[in-house]
Design a protein around this ligand. Structure first.
Ligand code: AMP
Length: 290
């Protein structure tokens, strides 16, 4: 069956209602398009929990800063639909801006505390844009489950908190980071990298992996773990680290000593391109033995 393209909230509501009448569990994957295998892995993940999956494609202006890449963000709808068709998605919601933000729109959802750190520090207003658009999309689609990638770990934590606080009856499922062969996390923005930057960008995962390995062997000093990752990334001369921190996975607050799993999160600039990545550090066996 081919994927249905829905352009308005009414079309989505009607379609989802029909699915619901036939007792189907509805999974939802919000995206900004320019789909890559990482996005498609979210659709597969959604099918593990649902029998019907709707994907939204909306380049959300509210989550871009004034100096960010909203205008130049890749828009590849035809290709995206082909890819979604191949993975068996049932529908794609592709709204115009005024469907999401009609005239007079005046609401903003702000999740506090866990938006103060990491990307929140460097992208003011970004998470308000994300939580607001997700609240709107959840209200239109009313899915049973929604899948978000762990690549955007802070976003996942923010959405989980919002769903809890606003009592959305939606289960939020996290999906593992999908990587290129050399470890670079897939991202729609990787296409901006010049070949030399693309080669050097693999250092992010090398740095994160080394820290994870040391943590697994029992290193709990987060300062030292960060230093190890930072030094490996610094071997790529074009990499400019914006932040590199170990935080609690739920609260996004910095952790000084690794007495349980922690999230090592990094943002690095290569020229105009900003990449983020993360890895869970788990003190593992040596931690449990103590
Ligand atoms: P975006 O289109 O960048 O807004 O991403 C849409 C969803 O795909 C978000 O939940 C992202 O976390 C997720 N995502 C993007 N890249 C990856 C990846 N490499 N692996 C897993 N999930 C991803």
């Amino acid at each position: 069956m081919s994927v249905v393209v829905l352009r308005t909230a009414e079309e989505v509501r009607k379609t989802v209602e029909e699915w619901r009448c036939s007792r189907r569990i509805i999974g939802f994957v919000p995206t900004m398009g320019a789909l890559h295998p990482g996005h498609l892995s979210l659709v597969s993940k959604a099918f593990e929990h649902a029998d019907t999956v709707i994907v939204s494609i909306f380049v959300n202006p509210a989550q871009f800063g004034p100096d960010e890449d909203f205008e130049s963000y890749p828009r590849t709808l035809r290709d995206d639909i082909d890819k979604l068709e191949k993975v068996g998605a049932n529908a794609v919601f592709y709204p115009e801006k005024d469907i999401i933000y009609p005239e007079g729109f005046s609401t903003s959802v702000h999740v506090s505390n866990l938006t103060d750190t990491l990307c929140g520090k460097y992208r003011p207003g970004h998470f308000d844009g994300v939580s607001t658009v997700c609240a709107i999309l959840f209200g239109i689609v009313k899915p049973d489950i929604a899948v978000f990638g762990r690549k955007d770990a802070q976003q996942l934590a923010v959405i989980k908190r919002m769903v809890l606080d606003l009592r959305f009856d939606i289960r939020i499922v996290g999906a593992d980071i999908y990587r290129e062969r050399d470890g670079l996390a897939m991202s729609s923005r990787n296409r901006y990298l010049r070949p030399v930057e693309r080669t050097q960008a693999a250092a992010l995962f090398r740095g994160l992996s080394r820290a994870a390995e040391l943590a697994g062997k029992g290193e709990r000093d987060t300062g030292r773990l960060c230093e190890v990752a930072r030094q490996i990334i610094a071997k790529s001369p074009l990499a400019v680290v914006q932040y590199l921190e170990i935080v609690d996975q739920d609260t996004m607050k910095p952790v000084e000593r690794l007495d349980g799993p922690g999230l090592l999160a990094v943002a690095v600039r290569f020229g105009k391109t900003r990449l983020i990545d993360n890895i869970v550090l788990d003190p593992g066996a040596s931690y449990k033995e103590d």
